[in-house]
Ligand binder design. Structure first.
Ligand code: COA
Length: 337
């Protein structure tokens, strides 16, 4: 069966998603519903199109496994070639440049094996294949067809994340202790006086967040924030952030997405605490204050979703304290070529 690259967004904004993008979004929606009963973990069309725009840190490409050969675009294109599954592929450009990553979304019966084996054909000059697959919670992971298909192709399990969810109304009103201030901001740029210490905490996150293939440290610059801000400006989703700061600058940060296509779910992203301030409840506090602020700003929100590596004991402890309930595993499989 043909594996067809869906060409990148060509319009100024992320609207007019093509039939191929709609089928991809529907594949992520069906997968979220199968795993959790709801579509809170599905992608939006706006994000699917936006991700395909290039930036200096990675090249993102979307491939469709189809019944017929042909050409596909991300926008303004109603071509339907019979979509059997998708590979959402990332080629990192600034770190892990020996690796190619992908999320796999089978649609038709039998498509999973084909998607996994065709991923190797997309490696270009890269020597590490890194595939992400979602597996139901509570079942023996090794017996799941995804796990068996990946092992049969020579992949090894390298990292397990847990996707979890919580009713946002269950969180109480947080109190900010004396000596700390909470600064909320939307988008990418923190308040001007906190930019330097924000760049420092982002560099800490780069090295301290667990991953299957540890990456070298990189320097964070204002230019990187400016580029991310320009990239984000086309999106219809809002990024809502909070930094907790003391007299020396940012000590904790957490971020979340509010997507108008998924108005009931607050998608919690990265959380990080400066090394000097860990173990004082700041990550837990940051998540609480962000959820409370999000609820006040977006009354339609009903739930928070998040991901966290099972071997990140501190983050797991934070999420347990908050009361997040595990829903499925997001598994990362590695194959060296
Ligand atoms: C995860 C992280 C944000 C936690 O920040 P923090 O401000 O120290 O978190 P809190 O103080 O609110 O809570 C930490 C909890 O983890 C527990 N903990 C810390 N290390 C632990 C370990 N090795 N094993 C078990 N529990 C641990 C603490 O005891 C505390 O729980 P408690 O209050 O019940 O005692 C911080 O360690 C960090 O920045 N890590 C790097 C970034 C990262 O991995 N982020 C997660 C991915 S998004």
């Amino acid at each position: 069966m043909p594996l067809i690259r869906i060409s990148s967004a060509h319009l100024d904004t992320n609207d007019q998603p093509s039939t191929a993008i709609a089928a991809y979004v529907e594949a992520t929606r069906a997968q979220s519903i199968a795993l959790t009963g709801r579509d809170d973990f599905a992608l939006s069309a706006d994000r699917a199109v936006g991700t395909l725009r290039p930036n200096s840190q990675r090249r993102a490409e979307l491939f469709a496994l189809t019944e017929r050969d042909g050409k596909l675009r991300a926008q303004d294109d109603d071509t339907d070639l019979g979509f059997r599954g998708f590979l959402a592929v990332i080629y990192p450009l600034d770190r892990r440049t020996d690796t190619v990553e992908a999320d796999v979304y089978p649609v038709a019966d039998g498509a999973l094996g084909e998607l996994i084996s065709s991923f190797a054909t997309l490696a270009e000059d890269r020597t590490t294949l890194s595939l992400w697959a979602k597996i139901p919670f509570g079942e023996p992971m090794d017996e799941h067809p995804h796990a068996q298909a990946l092992r049969a192709e020579g992949y090894e399990l390298a990292l397990v994340e847990q996707a979890a969810e919580l009713g946002i109304g269950t969180l109480g009103t947080p109190v900010i202790p004396a000596g700390l201030r909470a600064e909320f901001f939307t988008g990418i740029m923190p308040p001007t006086d906190l930019i330097d210490s924000f760049l420092e905490i982002m560099a800490v996150a780069d090295t301290d967040v667990p991953s299957a293939e540890p990456a070298p440290a990189r320097e964070w610059t204002r230019q990187m924030l400016e580029e991310a801000a320009a990239h984000h400006a086309r999106r219809s989703a809002t990024i809502l952030n909070v930094v907790l700061a003391d007299a020396a600058g940012v000590v904790a940060f957490t971020t979340a997405n509010v997507d108008p296509e998924r108005p009931a779910a607050l998608e919690q992203g990265l959380t990080v605490t400066q090394r000097r301030a860990r173990g004082q409840g700041l990550a837990t506090l940051a998540k609480h204050v962000l959820a409370a602020e999000a609820r006040a700003r977006y009354p339609e929100l009903e739930r928070i979703t998040t991901f966290n590596a099972l071997d990140n004991a501190a983050m797991l402890a934070v999420n347990n304290k908050i009361g997040l309930v595990p829903k499925f595993y997001e598994t990362n499989w590695i194959k060296k070529l």
